[in-house]
Design a protein around this ligand. Structure first.
Ligand SMILES: [Zn+2]
Length: 242
């Protein structure tokens, strides 16, 4: 495999209260990928959930198929708890449990790491292909006001080979998965964790504010919307093994 690396155009997003998140993806090798297409191929069976069931978008597609992890292998993941808020671990585990429920992808927590979350999976331990952690705009690709960034790296076959989720340690969000505060930064840490994890499994932003993959954090409860569920299902077990 040639190892020319392509960096996909980044997508910025912002919230009412300045909170932003960003998606970053990297493709290893070969052919260019098509841009994510919003709302294609809605499933016939309407999922229960908020908002528009067709409101999902894939990060990238290869030969008409969304890039995705290999659902036949467990995804080893670790937390870098440097600068993490209180009770970050149970919230991160809960967010990935929700990704598991919606996708069928299985995650295995391998413990803490000092490796920094990064788009190339650089310096990840051998048993780890996804790292979540915290940093500051000064020390990372985050910009001021961005709550988080997340994304996958994938091969020319469309298999996601590593992922990362990075949170802004300077932005304190309400903990948990509820509605969060009406004032200040909207949304919760749970909502942000689900959002960035959604990027890490291959989803892009949508314009429906009812979805977790909406580009801004809002005061909705942190549960998957109808479009989120449809998108997640299609990048999960259903997508088939590599
Ligand atoms: Zn985002």
């Amino acid at each position: 495999m040639t190892m020319t690396r392509h960096t996909r155009a980044t997508t910025l997003c912002l919230t009412l209260a300045v909170t932003l998140s960003l998606v970053v993806g990297l493709m290893l090798a070969g052919a260019p990928v098509s841009a994510a297409v919003a709302g294609r191929r809605p499933l016939m069976s309407a999922e229960i959930g908020r908002g528009d069931p067709a409101a999902y978008a894939f990060f990238a597609e290869i030969d008409g198929e969304p890039i995705h992890w290999n659902p036949c292998r467990r995804i080893g993941w670790r937390l870098n708890l440097g600068r993490a808020p209180d009770r970050a671990r149970p919230q991160a585990r809960k967010a990935l449990r929700r990704v598991n429920e919606a996708t069928g992808l299985r995650f295995r927590y391998q413990g803490r790491t000092s490796a920094r979350p990064n788009a190339r999976g650089r310096n990840y331990p051998r048993d780890t292909s996804l790292v979540m952690g915290w940093s500051t705009p000064r020390r990372s690709q985050l910009t001021r006001g961005q709550a988080g960034v997340g994304g996958p790296q994938w091969s020319s076959t469309g298999e996601i080979v590593s992922g990362f989720v990075l949170f802004n340690a300077k932005i304190e969000l309400q903990p948990g998965f509820g509605q969060g505060t009406k004032f200040g930064y909207q949304g919760t840490l749970g909502q942000l964790m689900m959002h960035e994890s959604g990027h890490a499994v291959g989803l892009d932003h949508v314009s429906d504010p009812a979805q977790i993959l909406y580009s801004m954090l809002t005061d909705k409860r942190a549960t998957w919307g109808a479009g989120d569920k449809n998108g997640l299902r299609q990048v999960g077990k259903r997508a088939g093994c590599f």
